[in-house]
Each structure stands twice: as C-alpha cells, then as structure tokens.
Design a protein around this ligand. Structure first.
Ligand SMILES: [Zn+2]
Ligand SMILES: [Zn+2]
Length: 327
C-alpha cells in the first residue's frame, strides 16, 4: 500500500512510501481509507512542534473508510463505514480513565502521532475507539468531523451556555462549530487574521452575526470565546472581549507563548482553560448531533501524494474550510 511517511522528526516533509499492508491483531480492525482530513495538529507533528512522535510515522487522524479485515469476535463487519479519531487508545484503568476523562489518560496513544494514521491506503485501529459515521455525509465531507468537528464540539461544550460566542481563527473547526452554535440559537462572532476578508465573508455565509479582525472590538460583549488559532497573543485579546464570568477556551494542542497581561483582564471571575483531546463520549454525542443537524463541511480534496501541498497550504493559511486527502 502507499503511505505518506514522516521519516525524521521536524523535517517538515512527508515521503511517498510503498509499505506492506499491516496485519490485524485481536481487538483491531483494518480500514481501507477513503478520505483523511488534514488537521493543524498534523502540521505540528510534521514541523516538530509536538515532542517525540513515533518515527517513522504516518500522520492523519480524521480517517474515514471501510472495514477491510476483522478478527473473530469483532463488533464490526467487512464493509462497515467507520471513522478513526485522534484518541487511538487509553489504558482504561487510571484515575482519569475511570472518571470519564480518558482524554487525559497518561498512557493514551494518538493516531498519526504514536500510531500510524490515515495518510495511507489502509490503517489499523483499536476497534473500541472507532466510530460509525452518519449516513447523510459522504466520505470526504465526513473527514473533518473526526477532529475539527469533534474537538471543536468538546471546546464548544466547555464554553458553556454562551449566548454570544466568539470564535478566534476561522478554519476547519470554527466553520463546523459556527453551524452547531447557530443551530443552537447562539450569536457567533468570528475573528480572523487582520485583512482576511475572504474568511470573514465565509463566516458570515455560515451565519455569524459579525466577522472581523482578531484585534478588533466586536459590536457586543461576548459571553465566551474559543481560540482555534495557535496564537498565544489571542488569549489576552479574547479575555478583553468577554464579559464578567466569561470563559476563554484554548482548543489547540500547541500555541505560541501567551504574553503577560494585566490582572484586570482576568478579574471578574473570567476563566481561561484548554481542551485536550477527546473522549469517546464526545465522539458519540457529536456524531449523533451531526446525524440530526445537517452540517456543511467545506472541503478541498488533495491526492494522497499531495499531502505536502495540503500541509503547505494549511501552514500558509490558504485553505478555506478543511483539506482532505483522498487516497
Ligand atoms: Zn488511562
Ligand atoms: Zn486534529
């Protein structure tokens, strides 16, 4: 099978490689990949911003495909359509796992980081961490739901009942969560890089009541904000825009340093928190919701061997919505 492989940590480049089709062990399924989303986290892996990836590694944790092979006792059948997310496995026994916080498991392993992921024609997954995908979505459309949607959804839930919700960085995650928030009757305020009028128009087209630059004041005080852009300077910026008691959620796995800021920005019981990974419960909840609400995912397809182009386009902010590899 063909796979795009990172051979050297931080080399910023993947190599097209011919590999043996991997074997399936007990508890696993082999999935023929039909689409794999390109997430900003992949960029952090490839660019060496996340420590100690398995090397060589096949990135990709927004995998949609069909089960190709199972072993006896599997809950899946050959041909089932499934998705593989970022959380590849957790220990099931630690204090985090037993308290419904497997996203924080210290033994957790992640797809496309410690386990070979979906930038390939086939992938092996622990079947306990695999999801069934709502029928209303095609394979390419469904791919961004697996991380941008799912971790976006966890961030959205962590933001509470905010009537006025700010989204900083209007990329793959924000474009899905904006639709969820609008469907829930929230007002969405979209913040983009200064001058990115295209992304601002895109946000308005998805129902944002306002869209502007990240250093601009919105026309109303926000109840909460989610920061999807990996830019630490947005933390004090967002704190200055949320009301007393408001929440700022940092949704990314990596962020540049947060500059110091005056205590008055935090005063008034404002909260800053991060969101790490996902639980299977988040996945089931979000996919159930995605089965009910038609979410339109804006995708740009690339061939498998075009993975480096897709990553470059994401790095340079040239993608509206989400890039998806189609092996
Ligand atoms: Zn655990
Ligand atoms: Zn991701």
């Amino acid at each position: 099978m063909r796979a795009m492989v990172l051979r050297r940590a931080g080399s910023r480049v993947l190599e097209l490689t011919e590999r043996a089709v991997p074997d399936v062990s007990r508890g696993e399924v082999r999935i023929g990949v039909s689409a794999c989303g390109v997430c900003r986290t992949d960029l952090h892996v490839v660019d060496g911003e996340l420590p100690d990836p398995k090397i060589p590694i096949v990135p990709g944790h927004e995998v949609i495909g069909r089960v190709e092979e199972t072993v006896e006792g599997s809950a899946f059948h050959v041909g089932d359509r499934v998705g593989v997310p970022w959380l590849g496995s957790s220990c099931g026994q630690c204090r985090f796992c037993v308290s419904g916080r497997e996203n924080l498991c210290e033994q957790a392993r992640f797809t496309g980081y410690q386990i070979d992921g979906g930038y390939a024609e086939s992938v092996i997954a622990d079947e306990r961490f695999v999801f069934r995908i709502p029928e209303r979505y095609g394979d390419v459309e469904a791919a961004p739901l697996m991380c941008a949607g799912l971790i976006g959804y966890r961030s959205y839930r962590c933001a509470g009942d905010a009537a006025r919700l700010g989204l900083y960085g209007f990329g793959a995650a924000a474009h899905i969560i904006a639709q969820v928030a609008v469907a829930d009757g929230r007002e969405v305020y979209a913040f983009t890089s200064p001058g990115d009028v295209k992304a601002q128009a895109f946000a308005r087209s998805l129902g944002a009541v306002w869209a502007g630059a990240s250093n601009e004041a919105p026309p109303a005080v926000l109840d909460a904000a989610i920061i999807f852009a990996p830019v630490g300077a947005l933390v004090p910026e967002a704190l200055a825009r949320v009301d007393r008691g408001g929440m700022v959620v940092c949704a990314g796995i990596h962020m540049s340093d947060i500059p110091s800021f005056p205590y008055r920005l935090l005063w008034g019981e404002r909260t800053v928190r991060s969101v790490a990974n996902l639980t299977r419960r988040d996945g089931h909840e979000f996919l159930e919701l995605a089965g009910r609400i038609p979410l339109h995912t804006h995708t740009r397809p690339y061939a498998l061997e075009g993975a480096n182009d897709a990553l470059a386009d994401l790095r340079e902010g040239r993608i509206e919505g989400a890039a998806v590899l189609v092996p």
